[in-house]
Ligand binder design. Structure first.
Ligand code: TEU
Ligand code: CA
Length: 544
């Protein structure tokens, strides 16, 4: 077995939405001091890295995904000294720190945009994408993901600028080398401060077709204008790959820094697109998000098929990553029917795959998705599309810490309503997550061993696979159904050594403490998740 130690391949990464995590100064909004106070919790949980959604200076039209200064921290979140402290405390606890970088667009309040719009011959004119306002036509037929056309007029009315999201988020022009270099030096600023890497927002959108051709008509599954065209020319340009290759060689001049990219796809469930941004596995992004598991229905077979497809898509020298939830999608716990057993199975799946697992804050406590009342909506997407799209606030509710006022999030009225008192953080799930993370952290086979899927002949509701290396096997059995299921030992024995497997993890409890393959069947309780181990030598590798 490979025996690399590489933090971003072997750590569990935890995403924090800073506004909603922990309020340190008592103004009702989460902040960096709050995150610092939570480091002991994250360390107890066993996470090896945290990713913070943007905390830079921003007018907050899109809650920080509209940056007006890449080197400054927004006063809402704290100060640069707080960042220094966070880096120190996190690193002392063996936790790496990832910032979010929004490189497709800035805020309209960024000085670059102000300069760029000030005159045609301003040196920063080409930092953005401008087209003259001629007649009644827009420069092309592109729409913005957050509503309306992708083009808005400058103050004079003479020129349009391009924006893929809100009109307050003008798109940067990645064809301008000076602009790109300026972004790199802003990122260098954070590398020098000890930030270990970046999550890159919508990184497959950075390059646009040079002549801004019209997108053809298409159907993206939702009836908003943006989804009624195929995004042939406003994303996934071959030049994006060229740009990322340069980006990666620059990042590689540093030690152990990492880039994980968000890849927007037109058709969900096509992981090949995300995988293409890994380049040859070592020359573009380190990791790319495939969002298939953020919408996939509850089905063992569908999960297996999706996983196989993702593994196949990732290049030989690349590395997969796994994500069930984030700040843009409905929380996994609610998608799975707010059922503890299912959430435990999902956790066991997430934490036993080959590849880096991402956990969204609160996922470990079974926090549900709760959209807010219309009058309380904060997300610009919800304000625009309610009730058709209630926005993303449901996934961004303040974290539950304890049973005090507002669940210990803040002593002051929180920026988004906290969970109702009927919601209960799930202690059993939390301990399940912790045990799984800790098991993974101490078990090289679970972190970097190969994976082989097992075909069970008499059931379609159990996922079975082995992770293996030279020194042993881990057998994972996940019962997706509410019924007791019998797995035939004969099926398993075709892939794994005969004999006894000791149980490393089981929820619910597996009484005998080991799996005995000499029995004809292995009985799984409803929603049982098991990791079992055999250290015996198996001649040959498991059959795929
Ligand atoms: O998200 C990209 C994005 O467009 C979606 O995830 C979006 O939320 C979804 O299409 C809703 O239907 C990234 C960030 O993760 C998101 O929070 C930002 O709002 C967006 O970019 C713009 O920066
Ligand atoms: Ca605060």
């Amino acid at each position: 077995m490979e025996s690399f130690t590489c933090w971003w391949k072997e750590s569990v990464i935890y995403q924090i939405y800073p506004r909603s995590f922990k309020d340190g100064n008592g103004d009702g909004i989460g902040d960096i001091p709050g995150i610092i106070d939570s480091i002991p919790y994250l360390s107890w949980l066993g996470v090896g890295a945290i990713w913070l959604s943007p905390i830079y200076r921003s007018p907050m039209y899109d809650f920080g995904y509209d940056i007006s200064d890449y080197r400054k921290i927004d006063p809402i979140f704290g100060s640069i000294d707080d960042v220094d402290r966070l880096v120190k405390v996190a690193h002392e606890h063996g936790i790496a720190l990832l910032f979010d970088m929004v490189l497709n667009h800035t805020s309209i309040e960024h000085p670059w945009f102000k300069e760029s719009s000030s005159s045609l011959d301003n040196p920063k004119r080409n930092f953005y994408i401008w087209r003259e306002h001629i007649g009644t036509w827009y420069p092309n037929n592109w729409y913005a993901a957050f509503g309306g056309r992708a083009w808005s007029l400058d103050a004079s009315g003479g020129y349009y600028y391009l924006h893929s999201f809100l009109k307050e988020q003008p798109d940067l022009n990645w064809r301008d080398e000076q602009m790109v270099q300026s972004l790199f030096s802003d990122m260098a600023f954070w590398f020098d401060k000890g930030i270990d890497g970046f999550r890159l927002d919508v990184i497959n959108l950075i390059m646009k077709d040079e002549s801004l051709r019209n997108n053809p008509i298409g159907w993206g599954g939702r009836p908003r204008p943006y989804d009624l065209q195929r995004h042939l020319y406003d994303r996934n340009q071959v030049e994006s790959h060229h740009a990322l290759k340069k980006f990666r060689s620059w990042v590689d001049t540093y030690d152990e820094k990492m880039l994980v990219g968000e890849i927007l796809v037109e058709k969900p469930g096509e992981p090949e697109m995300a995988a293409s941004y890994l380049g040859n596995g070592t020359d573009e992004l380190h990791l790319a998000f495939d969002f298939t598991f953020t919408w996939l229905p509850w089905s063992a077979k569908k999960w297996q098929r999706a996983a196989l497809r993702w593994y196949r898509a990732v290049p030989q020298d690349g590395w997969p990553c796994w994500v069930l939830s984030n700040h843009d999608v409905k929380r996994a716990f609610s998608r799975y029917g707010e059922h503890e057993g299912r959430a435990m199975v999902a956790a066991c799946f997430l934490l036993t795959q080959r590849g880096t697992p991402f956990i969204y804050y609160g996922e470990e406590k079974g926090l549900p998705d709760r959209s807010v009342a219309k009058s309380e909506i904060q997300d610009p997407l919800g304000i625009r599309y309610w009730p058709f799209h209630k926005g993303r606030d449901g996934a961004r509710r303040p974290m539950i810490w304890d049973t005090t006022y507002q669940w210990g999030f803040s002593p002051t009225k929180a920026w988004l309503p906290p969970y109702e008192r009927t919601v209960r953080p799930n202690e059993n799930l939390l301990h399940g997550y912790r045990n799984l993370i800790r098991l993974r952290n101490t078990d090289a086979i679970l972190r970097i061993g190969a994976i082989c899927w097992i075909e069970l002949t008499h059931t379609r509701s159990v996922l079975a696979y082995v992770r293996y290396g030279e020194v042993g096997f881990r057998l994972i059995l996940l019962n997706f159904s509410k019924r007791t299921v019998a797995c035939r030992s004969a099926d398993l024995k075709r892939y794994v050594p005969n004999g006894e497997f000791s149980i490393l993890f089981s929820e619910p409890n597996y009484e005998s403490g080991h799996l005995d393959m000499s029995n004809k069947t292995i009985q799984l309780k409803p929603y049982q998740a098991i990791i079992a181990s055999a250290d015996t030598i198996f001649h040959g590798t498991p059959r795929q």
